[in-house]
Design a protein around this ligand. Sequence first.
Ligand code: MD3
Ligand code: FE
Length: 203
Amino acid sequence: MQDGGETVLGGAVVHLGHLGPGAQRTMVADLREVVRAAPLFSPETRRGKKMSVAMTSAGRFGWVSDRRGYHYEARHPSGVDWPPIPESVLAVWRELSGSARLPECCLVNFYREGARMGLHQDRDEADFSEPVLSISLGDDALFRIGGTERGGRTQSLWLSSGDVLMLAGAARLAHHGIDRIRFGSSTLLDGGGRINLTLRVVT
Ligand code: MD3
Ligand code: FE
């Protein structure tokens, strides 16, 4: 923990520089184990286009997409259980979430060069009073957040490795996305790229 302080953007509480270099490296090592057990895949959107972001999950539920659209599943597409959420990741939730519950899903998003994520809402979970926590690792990313309604005004912020976002209250249902990454801006990941972890209570 080496917090650069917190700011608020569209109701999201941003902990800049929350994780120091050592904590980031520990987390990446733990995530290598997750990806070994549950390999990254690139889901297809409902319209049948491949997403540019590769994904996998840890925890009781993982997030997948198929012809039924996006939903949570108890198993990786290969049929294996999702691996447990690493303790290094749970520690951040315990420290910052303020929730009495533990996350049931840790979605691992991997952004290669050129990957992006369009504006969307996260609303497949049962209880919107539970926060969502996001951890950025690796290359810088241009994050955009708007309001609960589609088409409203948005604000942008560059997220760097070690930054943590807390989405609670009104921000929990805000539209948000990643416009682009600055590929190669960080040396944390061999070969570059960005990892984003989102921790969610699902049920
Ligand atoms: C605002 N991920 O996986 S993290 C996602 O960087 C997702 O990979 C982006 O959006 C990423 O669903 C953005 C920041 C974030 C995560 C969850 C949120 C912002 C959020 C949930 C509600 C509101
Ligand atoms: Fe999201």
